[in-house]
Design a protein. Sequence first.
Length: 92
Amino acid sequence: MGKHTKKVHITGKYGTRYGASLRKQIKKIEITQHAKYTCSFCGKDSVRRVAVGIWKCGGCRKVLAGGAYTMNTPAAATVRSNIRRLRELAEH
């Protein structure tokens, strides 16, 4: 059988190279980029990363733009909340 990693999980492929701190950062990034996300259109947990910033839902086949490593970025969340706030101000 193959060797298993105890603590390093996905970054075991790097061995002892690059230093522990960098491998921990990469571990966090690689876990988020390989994770499945919930589709905002169909509600299924089937959005996967296709390329940098391109996310595709396996259920409804929609292609979404997002962050490089995560589906939603903090900056996008800020913009969304600002747009919602301005829309509410315009209605009143």
